[in-house]
Design a protein around this ligand. Structure first.
Ligand code: PLP
Length: 444
């Protein structure tokens, strides 16, 4: 082992505590101990305890921890190339652009690469402002999360009072821009005005149309949404709603942007188009796309104006060849190992498994599952559907039981089960066993 690695891996508890003093961390849910190694869906901490990682590290590792093929291709590729600036062409960039557009919806055939998911969202917004003449506003939804940069935070629930004490981004409220106008989202499970969730869809579509017609000066550039609102609470937007939004975008001449930073592959399909049958004008994907290496891709519909070579979209690391090689290799592995099918199958096993516990545990209010994009809403009462106060305890008990569950956003009572796409049926059985033991220990 390299002497440097030996030294770092061998740091004592005292050395770690002293070094920690030099670090600033601006968010995330603090974990009980430091992680040391990972293998597939499992991670091991510095004390040797192993956990099943149902967060995939902010949902960013589809092939799990320390995947061997990714390691090997990084090593091989880096003997030839590492970082190449976007002004220089490379074969890997061509190959990835071609492959991504092959798996993308039919009318989406151009890609712009960038360095991170948040930058991808900003690139999509730029493209919509460029294409819709005179436009200055973008419609976003309640409970949306599109990132934590000043612009993407402004598009997100983090810039609203709903964020409460959770987030510090409100400390920068004066710097948050006024590009966005927010409209209600179809959170049908919590719809209380009538008994019919379809009314919720109608209400939200009407509110969006009203915003476009009456609340915006001039032309709207785009409607930006996550087909499944992840951070906001694993809210799967109904197909009819997405169809309605598509129709509104067409009627009023604005673009529809899908933030697929979490849905890409994780829903058991390449893109949300394959799941919902609705084709957007722009897709942003990021997070797991680089198999653990940072990158994002913005995909654009035919006939729209793209970026031009005049610094409309320019970032030092927008063309990192290592991330791009990993993205391409990951697609090859997903195809070769039928990982989309696996995601659908194992996701269903997990979703059905949790649903089968609803009788024994009425605290499980709703299970929202699309592939391995799974949220479990824990409620104090199945009728009032108020948040269950024990969710934090469930999460910490799960850690004791060797299971890392996710939460996110301000709805901490929605627990997330989002392991890597390589999770097997046997792994799913183990997750369910630990999940049930956790519920028993925390709720009974
Ligand atoms: C749906 C969605 N969009 C955008 C982002 C922003 O991604 P990043 O933090 O990588 O910039 C996230 C991150 O959680 C996300 O979940």
């Amino acid at each position: 082992m390299d002497k440097l690695l030996e030294k770092v891996y061998g740091m004592s508890a005292e050395e770690m505590a002293a070094a920690k003093e030099h670090l600033m961390v601006g968010g995330g849910s603090p974990f009980t101990t430091a992680l040391q190694t990972g293998d597939g869906i499992r991670v091991t901490d510095i004390n040797g305890k192993t956990y099943i990682d149902c967060t995939s590290q902010s949902w960013a590792l589809y092939l799990g921890h320390a995947n061997k093929e990714i390691r090997e291709i990084v090593y091989e590729h880096m003997q030839n190339q590492s970082h190449i600036h976007q002004g220089f062409d490379t074969k890997i960039r061509y190959a990835l652009a071609k492959k991504l557009t092959e798996i993308a919806p039919p009318h989406i055939n151009r890609v712009s690469f960038t360095a991170s998911s948040g930058l991808g969202i900003e690139a999509a917004i730029k493209l919509s402002l460029k294409n819709v003449e005179g436009s200055r506003k973008v419609i976003v939804l309640d409970d949306a999360y599109h990132g934590n940069s000043l612009t993407t935070a402004a598009a997100s629930w983090t810039s609203t009072q709903a964020s409460g004490k959770f987030t510090g981004v409100m400390n920068f409220r004066n710097g948050l821009n006024d590009l966005f106008i927010r409209v209600p989202n179809p959170y049908t499970y919590q719809w209380k005005k009538t008994n019919n969730p379809e009314d919720c869809v109608d209400y939200c579509l009407a509110a969006m149309e009203n915003a476009i017609q009456r609340e915006v000066v001039g032309q709207v550039a785009a409607i930006l949404l996550e087909p499944i609102q992840a951070s906001g609470g694993q809210i799967i937007l109904p197909k009819r709603y997405l169809e309605g939004v598509r129709a509104l975008a067409d009627k009023y001449g604005c673009l529809l942007i899908f933030d697929e930073i979490q849905t890409y592959c994780r829903i058991g399909e390449w893109f949300a188009y394959n799941y919902f049958g609705v084709e957007p004008d722009i897709i942003c994907t990021g997070k797991a796309i680089g198999a653990g290496f940072p990158m994002a891709a913005v995909l654009l519909r035919d006939g729209l104006k793209g970026f031009e070579m005049n610094a409309e979209e320019l970032h030092t690391f927008a063309n990192n060849t290592v991330s791009q090689v990993c993205a391409l290799k990951q697609i090859e592995i997903i195809e070769r190992d039928n990982l989309l099918e696996n995601t659908r199958n194992v996701g269903k096993i997990l979703g059905d498994g949790v649903k089968s516990m609803m009788n024994a545990y009425p605290e499980i209010g709703d299970v929202r599952q699309a592939g391995l994009h799974i949220g479990v809403e824990m409620v104090a009462d199945p009728v009032t559907k108020e948040a269950h106060p024990a969710a934090a305890k469930i999460k910490s008990t799960a850690v004791e039981n060797g299971l890392i569950l996710g939460t996110g956003g301000f709805r901490k009572h929605i627990l997330k089960i989002k392991p890597p796409l390589i999770t097997t049926p046997a792994d799913a059985a183990e997750i369910l066993e630990r999940w049930e033991a956790t519920l028993k220990a925390s709720l009974r």
